[in-house]
Design a protein around this ligand. Sequence first.
Ligand SMILES: CC(C)(COP(=O)(O)OP(=O)(O)OC[C@H]1O[C@@H](n2cnc3c(N)ncnc32)[C@H](O)[C@@H]1OP(=O)(O)O)[C@@H](O)C(=O)NCCC(=O)NCCS
Length: 168
Amino acid sequence: MKLSVDGLNVRGYEHGDAQRIRELTLEGFDGVSIDQNADRLLGIDSSPDWQTRKWLAVQRELEDAPADHFVAVLGSDVVGYITTRPVRETGVGHIPNMAVDARLRRRGIGSTLIARALEHFRANGMRVAKIETLVQNKQGQTLYPSFGFTEIARQIHYMQRLDHDERS
Ligand SMILES: CC(C)(COP(=O)(O)OP(=O)(O)OC[C@H]1O[C@@H](n2cnc3c(N)ncnc32)[C@H](O)[C@@H]1OP(=O)(O)O)[C@@H](O)C(=O)NCCC(=O)NCCS
């Protein structure tokens, strides 16, 4: 793994980071989002749109367990984030979301954030780390195995609109 950018710092999430994390989320998940696929494939064009739903999910994570998330900072700018969910009862730590500023990708920032998340899991007694990605997400499918993650399953997500009867 290459070294990360000069001056990069990783610190714990703070409440004031939320709006920047929202921007990184909406930029980063455009093209690699289950919510966006659903809007497109089901022809959903009304509010709440995929951006709103995606952000609500990330925002809930941030608010539920603020101490479990990390941001990458360059100077005073938040340039990436990672959310984590260590589950004490199972010993499995989950990484639900991460994104890096599109202008600064392929410089090791994502790798630095994953390394920080794994450190957090070990410090909290986790035995296993888990992360998911979409088949359409080439970045994830290259990055995670390179970090030692092993593919263990593929899942199909089904959805249907409830304001149409698809069977009639
Ligand atoms: C996934 C993401 C966080 C990676 O951040 P990053 O800072 O670019 O990651 P790194 O620079 O540490 O990349 C490390 C390795 O990942 C792989 N990788 C990253 N981007 C890639 C791409 N576009 N295509 C193929 N491999 C890629 C490469 O193996 C890369 O190493 P290399 O540059 O030496 O070849 C970033 O691409 C991103 O924000 N994507 C949009 C949001 C997203 O997909 N989040 C994850 C959802 S599961």
